[in-house]
Write a protein that binds this ligand. Structure first.
Ligand code: ITT
Length: 228
């Protein structure tokens, strides 16, 4: 990122925020309506002097449709359009499960797989049935997370994409996490994401890895000091 770039962050310029000890609390909108994601993102952003806002803090905000064909396009679209409406620095992610034997499905359609109002047990049951039908013994899969940060005028100022490799189990196991966590076993572990502790998932997940890059960007951009 160009050090000379001055980005207006909801009323502050980077120069303002970098002044002094970086003690100003910077508002950051976490633009997701997924409660599981929000929980993970909030816990991963603790220790930064940010005032974390959610979409609930903007009751009139219009939801942004994911019309892109890649995770990166959708993350940028969401960050940019929510930032423009909320007029604050905004973080959005688009993520999903990519299964090799299903030609990458459900992929960018992970949240709408089967049908928009399906439950996760229904989505998981269909995915396991489809995988069974392929008779392919390759169970390799990965969770992918694209993240984008947009300044309050809507321009995307940072983007990153990370993944977490693993495999799909034959049956769902575990009660933690959210979404497809009960059928995903990350490489190097025997338990599913839903069986591992939140601390472990937050150390190795696609979202944790992408957020580490975002944290680094936020720290370099604003002079915010991280305690964690
Ligand atoms: P927002 O767009 O409001 O953020 P969403 O749930 O629609 O919420 P996405 O479009 O990014 O979010 O879809 C991501 C889907 O991928 C999510 O609903 C889960 O089904 C799945 N997914 C992503 N990360 C996951 C994780 O860590 N564990 C389990 N499932 C995950």
């Amino acid at each position: 990122m160009d050090g000379a770039l001055i980005i207006r962050l909801s009323g502050f310029t980077t120069d303002d925020v970098c002044a002094g000890e970086g003690a100003l609390s910077q508002p950051l909108l976490i633009a997701t309506s997924n409660a599981g994601k929000l929980r993970e993102l909030r816990s991963l952003l603790v220790n930064l002097p940010l005032v974390l806002l959610g979409l609930d803090d903007f009751p009139n905000i219009e939801s942004v449709e994911e019309t892109g064909s890649t995770f990166a396009e959708n993350a940028a679209l969401k960050a940019s359009r929510y930032a423009r409406q909320a007029k604050v620095l905004t973080l959005a992610d688009d993520s999903g499960l990519v299964v090799d034997a299903l030609s990458g499905r459900p992929g960018v359609h992970s949240a709408r797989y089967v049908r928009a109002d399906a439950t996760y047990p229904e989505r998981i049951a269909l995915l396991l049935a489809e995988l069974e039908k392929t008779r392919d013994c390759d169970r390799a899969a990965r969770f992918v997370c694209s993240m984008a940060v947009a300044a309050d005028a809507g321009q995307v100022v940072f983007a990153t994409e990370k993944s977490c490799e693993g495999r799909i189990e034959k049956a769902a196991r575990g009660l933690g996490g959210f979404g497809y966590d009960p059928i995903f076993v990350p490489d190097g572990f025997d338990q599913t994401f839903a069986e591992l502790t939140a601390e472990t998932k937050n150390r190795i997940s696609h979202r944790a890895l992408a957020l580490a890059a975002v944290r680094e960007f936020l720290v370099s951009l604003t002079g915010l000091r991280s305690d964690g």
